[in-house]
Design a protein around this ligand. Sequence first.
Ligand code: AVJ
Length: 337
Amino acid sequence: MTNNPNSANTGYELQNYLEDTFRQEIKRDVLNGLTSTNKYIPSKYFYDEKGSRIFDEICHLPEYYPTRTELSILKNAAEGIMANFQGGDMIELGSGANRKIRMLLDAAGPSGQSSIRYIPVDVSMTALTGAVEELIGIYPDLEVLGIVADFIHHINVIPNSRPKLIIFFGGTIGNLNEEESISFLRSVRGIMHTGDRLLFGLDMIKPKEMLEAAYNDSQGTTAKFNRNILSVINRELNANFSSSLFDHVAFFNRERERVEMHLKTRKNMSVEINDLDLTLKLKEGDTIHTEICRKFSRESAGKMISEAGLTVAKWHTDPKEWFSLVEVGTLNNNVPV
Ligand code: AVJ
């Protein structure tokens, strides 16, 4: 782990846990993914500097309803959420743009802000530092500790000494399959004490046309986002994917209640991934699975939450129930799950 020694100059403290493990993890993940029968690349590798920027563009697309729906829910819910939080650590998992967190900080007011330490945790150093620098410009008195880490697998990097409000916006939990999401929620529960809350976003099941439009936008931004993962592999693992030879494919898998994104080859090709000593032979029409985006019902979400040993304190949603923000607490800290 590295610590920025000059927090007095930057105005915030920064801890980086990622550089210790990033090289090994990306090598292992990509090797496992591209040598398996159904090829895949884990979606967390979308978010390099360029990928984070494209994702931000996605959030503004007319077809991409989740961001603005979540914001509209938050607008109504922010005061109630913050009324229950009397200071302590406000931990944001996967921080991105600051719009959502600002709604909560504004609801807390100046006196609330002075009793909060804001801890954004993100895999992207550039996204994190950019967001933090903007935020401390707006809230000069806010105490900030930025943590660069893969919180899905390393929740223990998060400080655990003060009352906590843990926030996971955007519905990113939908990137995890059933088993992964439950074990992730259990790991979060593991750092929660009685009274601590977890607030997280969930995208809900809705008509197929609307779901598919959100992941097949007319400007091709999502396609660009999807292909960018190959540029990340090229750079990080010294590979030579031609991303222009891949089509973006996204569809709603109704049975599994998820949108899937794939990259599909336009012709036969051979790809060198030098740092893995791997030559990948792909045929025309072969696919690489890059993302799952699960869509929930109250029932499926409730099941996931209770299996993780958590209980719903408050369910916030929009009039059409396109998206949900769920506040959960621990069921009972003494019962192992
Ligand atoms: C950031 C995971 C919530 O699943 O909708 C957007 C990512 N992928 N368009 C989502 C994404 C394609 C997004 N999450």
